[in-house]
Design a protein around this ligand. Sequence first.
Ligand code: HEC
Length: 206
Amino acid sequence: MLPGTLAEAHSVHTSAAAISTDAQKAGKSRSWLKRGGLAALGVASATGFGTYALAEEESEHGLHAPDYPWNHEGYFSSYDHASIRRGHQVYQQVCAACHSVQQIHFRNLVGVAYTEDEVKEMAGEIEVTDGPNEEGEDYERPGRLADPLPRPYRNEEAARYANGGAYPPDLSLITKARHNGANYVFALLSGYREPPAGVHVSKPIC
Ligand code: HEC
């Protein structure tokens, strides 16, 4: 599929979410165990304060995304590396057509989602413009561990032009850049629905 319209972007966001929902389900039993553990520690929230904080957030950030049972939340938890690997695959196959992850270099994936050899092979499959050589010219070479993951567009203008004026933001720090982080992004990806009967959604502007 060629990226082009916002409608496409939405459908891409939605189908990718379906993939990640399956991945979530796979890891679910363990996360519920962890949640149970936390409950046993007696994390009883002060309901009154919680409600106040939520109301304030809604006026500032819109509806609060639901809290999902992430594997990495909890005092004794760490990231689920199989999920990170899966996430990278989804990014590479779907999101990378429109979004960059400029802060992530191939080396960052070593020991996190892949072995060093796997990442070297992956990096070697892309062409990187480097230079200058002794003649002062730029040249192409295979990617290596120190290179950032390739970006889909040369600059913001090209990105906007291809996406009907909307800019697909860099996703490297997106969970830090959005209120309620991973919960927000997950809710965004899985939140698209068919409009209810009688509701008319206008066509994308491009
Ligand atoms: C066809 C192009 C395209 C693809 C593929 C795509 N996106 Fe997007 N995405 C966009 C555009 C364009 C925007 C900006 C929308 C706007 O500003 O209204 C965006 C915005 C976003 C945002 C920011 C939303 C916000 O609150 O500002 C996130 C997060 C995001 N995309 C995640 C993803 C993920 C994760 C994937 C892969 C599963 C993905 N996108 C695939 C085009 C795409």
